[in-house]
Design a binder for this molecule. Structure first.
Ligand SMILES: N[C@@H](CCC(=O)N[C@@H](CS)C(=O)NCC(=O)O)C(=O)O
Length: 232
């Protein structure tokens, strides 16, 4: 079996029957590594080095014209036809539906889960990412601290929303761990770790988020998922 997509000219598949992941352990990338480990789906992981601009290689752009990881190619997509997919939120939803795991079959609970997933995609990811830029990366040299402070304030507000949500719940959706949790974990981890913004956002006052974060990190699939594509 050979897979018919330009991506495989640059990143050949050794196991073409398996779902193919193209990623790197960034906050968006780890979502899919964790989800694949949680579901138990068989997959083959390819490391796409965004620092070396591999996400703008024509072969990668054929899979994701937006030039960002993560992306997947499922040779066994809906109706048995291959499916190529980018955007981590769409991938999480797809894998949840494919396996019937980490999203409720009940329509009301399903949409509530999607709501929190969209909240992460549209709010938490972009805001925490800007904190990373202005506090850790090129933006840290800017003398004017107002842009940084704007994103720090908004990130702290979002953490407060999450803290309230988790006040009487183990997971975002209550008793059931879901794709909403999986979408958030890598961002919280980066904000207080790699982005060095723990004190800036006042993380220590968000006790429920802290408890949820530690609970997440205890999951063996999370521990495995966080290092998928860490090395070649
Ligand atoms: N909304 C997209 C964002 C993906 C994204 O920003 N990926 C980053 C890594 S976390 C990336 O590939 N950056 C490389 C670049 O922009 O060149 C998703 O959730 O999949």
């Amino acid at each position: 079996m050979t897979l018919d997509h330009p991506i495989f000219t640059r990143w050949p598949a050794q196991y073409p029957g398996r779902l193919q992941l193209f990623s790197l352990p960034t906050p968006n990338g780890v979502k899919v590594g964790i989800m694949l480990e949680e579901t138990g789906l068989e997959y083959e992981a390819h490391r796409v080095d965004i620092m070396a601009d591999e996400s703008h290689d024509p072969a990668f752009l054929a899979l994701n014209p937006n030039g960002k990881i993560p992306a997947i190619y499922d040779p066994d997509g809906p109706s048995g036809k291959p499916l190529a997919l980018f955007e981590s939120g769409a991938i999480l939803l797809y894998l949840a539906d494919k396996t019937g795991q980490f999203i409720s079959a009940d329509p009301n609970t399903r949409f509530e889960t999607i709501q929190w997933l969209m909240w992460q995609m549209g709010g938490v990811g972009p805001m925490f990412g800007q904190v990373g830029f202005f506090n850790k990366f090129s933006g840290k040299d800017y003398e004017d601290k107002r842009p940084r402070d704007r994103y720090v304030t908004e990130s702290a507000r979002l953490l407060n929303v999450l803290d309230d949500r988790l006040a009487h719940r183990d997971w975002v959706m209550g008793d059931d761990y879901s794709i909403a949790d999986i979408s958030l974990l890598g961002w919280v981890r980066n904000l207080i770790g790699f982005y060095e913004a723990r004190e800036l956002v006042g993380f220590d006052r968000f006790l429920h988020v802290q408890a949820w974060f530690n609970r997440s990190l205890e999951r063996p699939a999370v521990q495995r998922g966080l290092v998928v594509t860490a090395t070649n």
